[in-house]
Write a protein that binds this ligand. Structure first.
Ligand SMILES: [Zn+2]
Length: 263
């Protein structure tokens, strides 16, 4: 049943001939960070992830039982930005079709340049250079960028550029993001399905207008942020399943994102 389910998922996005080999010779890679006290949130969030124990121990009936309550802002840790996050009237997290959250993915590694410049903006040339070595990105692909900043998670100082908290910290955020020009190009020239990366935001830390969010979410293209373990995926040929918590009318939410990779 397990393999059969994967097989059905994969059929939707890859050519039939490749399916059987891909499906029998692969493994899952977990691209999500655990939620805990260390989960990183935007500095102006008053609270982070909280897990409160309700019950933990032997009950009157003599059996063990544990149950917790959790609370968290929508946007933090590995999470999804739904289109309505920056675009009025667009899809909320519960409205996103499953087809927009599952498909073939490519990983574009920009870490060489981004690790040297915390204000790095991923360019159209970065994507075109990747295409020269690999292939043209097909319509409906999930595009993941590896900036290398994932190695710093959950150190706020290294990952955000500051470990200050509060609204005043926002001016000190330094991490790479996607240039709005690249976002527009990916949406219109490559008709991508979704985008993700290993930084806190698809806009770089110094962004004031969040243009990349507005461009992509405005076209109902969701974004995955704080994606983990992108170094474990090949440049192409993985299959991503990205399922956020289904919060009614949510602007985003905690995301379990995994990738099936050929072994
Ligand atoms: Zn977000």
């Amino acid at each position: 049943m397990f393999f059969f389910s994967i097989f059905l998922l994969i059929i939707g996005c890859t050519s039939k001939n490749d399916n059987e080999e891909f499906f029998f010779n692969g493994h899952w890679v977990d691209l999500s960070y655990s939620f805990s006290d260390s989960t990183l949130y935007w500095p102006n969030n008053a609270t982070g992830f909280k897990l409160d124990t309700q019950v933990n121990g032997i009950t009157a009936g003599g059996f063990y039982y544990s149950s917790n309550t959790f609370s968290a802002p929508e946007h933090g840790g590995t999470h999804l930005d739904a289109p309505v996050h920056f675009a009025k009237g667009k899809l909320s997290v519960d409205e996103l079709p499953l087809e927009s959250l599952t498909c073939n993915a490519v990983v574009i590694d920009v870490s060489q340049r981004a690790l040297k410049n915390a204000d790095y903006l991923i360019s159209v040339k970065d994507v075109q250079d990747w295409e020269k070595k690999n292939d043209i990105i097909e319509p409906g692909t999930i595009v993941l960028f590896r900036t290398g900043y994932g190695q710093y998670y959950p150190s706020a100082k290294k990952y955000f550029g500051t470990d200050m908290k509060g609204t005043q910290a926002i001016a000190f955020l330094h991490f790479p993001g996607i240039d709005p020009v690249t976002a527009e190009w990916l949406a219109t020239q490559r008709k991508i399905k979704a985008v993700g990366l290993d930084t806190p935001s698809i806009d770089y830390g110094q962004s004031k207008d969040f243009k990349t969010h507005r461009v992509l979410l405005g076209k109902n293209i969701p974004a995955f942020e704080n994606v983990a373990s992108l170094d474990q995926l090949p440049a192409k040929g993985s299959y991503v399943v990205a399922l956020p918590m289904k919060i009614k009318n949510g602007s985003g939410g905690p995301l379990r994102i995994i990738a099936w990779v050929k072994s």
